[in-house]
Design a binder for this molecule. Sequence first.
Ligand code: AMP
Ligand code: MG
Length: 402
Amino acid sequence: MLSFTDARRKVVEIVTATRPQPAAEVVDLMRAAGRVLAFAISADRDYPPFNRSTRDGFALRSSDAGSPGAVLRRVGEVKAGSSYDRAVAAGECVQIMTGAPVPSGADAVIMVEFSKLDAAGDRVTFDRAASPGQNIVTRASEARAGEELLPAGTRLGYAEMALAAQVGAAQVRLTVPPRVAILSTGDEVVDVSATPGPFQVRNGNSTALGTLVARAGATPVQLGNAIDESGALRRAMERGLQADALILSGGVSMGKYDLVEKVLADLGAEFFFDGVAIRPGRPAVFGRCQGKPVFGLPGNPVSTMVTFELFVVPALDLLSGTAARPLQVLGARLSHALREKGGLTHFLPARIDWLQGEPVVAAISWQGSGDTVTLARANALMVVPAERPDWEAGEWVGVIPR
Ligand code: AMP
Ligand code: MG
């Protein structure tokens, strides 16, 4: 059985080797958040476009204020959006605001907090020395005109959106997100709006998967639920294979009615793994069927959600035309001892908090992989590696915020 890192690597390898080039479309920047650039965005001019003051204060020649106590003549002012058109001469200073261009001649800005203006407003005493370049960001020090800032394949988070806006990319060329079919399976599964019989369950997985697919930047295509019968499964899977990827939940364990792999095989699927050394989620399946990546995720809701995060997210990144994001595992101090079963990497519902200057995490006791109630109370999954099942309170452990 593969470790989860090897299984994830396998997904990245196969999808990278077989993915089609995504289609592209032009979209208004305001509607582009979370999407992936199909075309690079470059600097339209130097950044900053002028030597910019980072403080409110006085622009001067640093050689005029090499030690505290210098007194200089205030000869004018410059605010953000305008300029001071004469050069600053020896013995002079110009009052300057944050974001304004530093006048020629000046090579430093002393903050207003360290300056005293006389009553007439034309002599300034400085109680700090200046050093060359102080409080100035020089022209083009962030980027040169024409420099590529956001390469094709960049996903637009808030900082990337801010940068695209700054360089005037009012419209952007984006990849079309992959359409991802979601198919739940199980005789016992009924629709969310239905009243379940005493031994039936409502379809939480399709809702969870729709949420996760959208959060990963792809477009969910909901196919509802198929019963555990070969013909019904086959018809629903054939519909799902019209999309760019197919995600199934349920029907991949060892039960007599777990038919998903068999029906996929009948449709020509090739499998790369059908078990991973993790809990929850051990029976997870990854294959390719009729040219499309297919995931058979275990039906227990927590297993479905955990295996999506581990294995499906990188595939959807790649299908979206961007690099597979690394798994975001952070460190936190364990608040209690842990004794888990070795040989499987465990992902335990946990709560992480910032306490006394460091992140502290505690597992939440739960009823196993069907326990959505506990997962909804958790804000992270604690990672207990297969090769290291025993942990003491106070050790640093890996956590995946959810
Ligand atoms: P399976 O993987 O098909 O053996 O299902 C494992 C468990 O997950 C069973 O208790 C199922 O009732 C439950 N389950 C399967 N599919 C869903 C679903 N779509 N929503 C909620 N629970 C489900
Ligand atoms: Mg089932």
